[in-house]
Design a protein around this ligand. Structure first.
Ligand SMILES: [Zn+2]
Length: 324
């Protein structure tokens, strides 16, 4: 890697192979490889070895990595964007997570990319998926695919994703980890790999909050399921975002009327500025509120965010608890 043309030695490859082994490989009793033309992965019922990792880093083979171990536990989840539009959604999500002190890792791929989130310990697949579904629902990203796709392994090793730092067999490209604007996080493979020596993990509070959001979702709103029945539901019925369910659960006048004295016509004193004439009004037909003096307004979620001084995800969680 010091000279890109030179074939790296096992000595060069030991640090990155160690990072793959420690952080990104979750089972060793079997492994999966991308087919020659990159169209699919096939299972190899042989143990994964360090030699395989070296071959992956050299680009001789391309490995997949399983999302769950044999006990149906994992230490990371991956959100998969298959189109540029979805990739943009993922970069926004990355930034919103960053604002909540929740670091993710954006990795480019052939058609879009992945957002990786790491946990500080092994978690059951079911909890990872509650958290992941809560995260997607809270940000209204119903199209993004969530890995792992299984709560619990039944037969076979379950879902997998391309192991980072190799090449894609289809276009022979080596994709890296990037900033939301697409610049590489570090210039060389070796430096990129260092970032994962100890990946930053999802804070406990965020994990708990979004798991609760996931638990509050009706099962048809849990995205990325794999059973045939589930995938039929999510492909034929538009799933309703959680935020829309909240807005549909109560009229703005009924909800805001708990906190603001409203006239029969739906106006009152604005709680968000020092109001002496009723500047604040609600509109049940349009399902919004507005204050023409401080020029704020929106849905009941916006009202709650402003009233509590909280972010969107917290507001959704608290309103789900109150209303759904
Ligand atoms: Zn106001």
């Amino acid at each position: 890697m010091r000279h890109p043309e030179q074939v790296p030695t096992d000595y060069d490859l030991s640090p990155p192979a160690e990072v793959l082994a420690r952080q990104l490989i979750q089972r060793w009793d079997m492994h999966s490889r991308q087919s020659t033309f990159g169209d699919m992965y096939y299972t190899v019922h042989e143990p994964l070895s360090v030699a395989h990792l070296f071959a992956h880093l050299r680009g001789e083979i391309t490995l997949g990595t399983y999302l769950l171990n044999a006990q149906s536990q994992g230490r990371f989840l991956v959100l998969d964007a298959d189109t540029l539009d979805e990739w943009q959604q993922l970069t926004h999500l990355y930034q919103r997570l960053e604002a909540m002190d929740t670091p993710g890792y954006l990795e480019q791929s052939r058609r879009g990319g992945h957002l990786w989130l790491f946990f500080d310990r092994w978690l059951p697949g079911a909890q990872i998926r509650l958290f992941g579904n809560g995260l997607l629902a809270a940000h209204e990203m119903t199209r993004i695919e969530l890995y792992p796709k299984q709560d619990q392994l039944e037969e076979g090793p379950g879902s997998l994703i391309r192991l980072p730092f190799g090449i894609h067999r289809k276009d022979r490209k080596r994709y890296g980890f990037v900033t939301p604007t697409g610049e590489l996080l570090a210039p060389t493979l070796r430096d990129q790999v260092k970032l994962f020596y100890r990946p930053q993990t999802v804070p406990k509070a965020v994990l708990a909050t979004l798991t609760t959001v996931g638990q509050s979702l009706p099962s048809s709103n849990r995205f990325g399921g794999v059973t045939a029945a589930e995938s039929r539901i999510s492909h034929t019925d538009e799933t309703t975002p959680l935020s829309e369910q909240i807005k549909a659960a109560v009229t703005v006048s009924a909800f805001i009327g708990r906190y603001v004295a409203l006239s029969a016509r739906g106006s009152g004193l604005c709680p968000f500025h020092d109001d002496h004439h009723p500047s604040f009004s609600v509109n049940d037909e349009g399902n919004y509120w507005h204050c023409f003096a401080c020029n704020t307004g929106g849905s009941i979620i916006d009202f709650w965010m402003q009233k509590q001084g909280c972010d969107f995800v917290t507001a959704v969680r608290e309103l789900v608890a109150q209303l759904l």
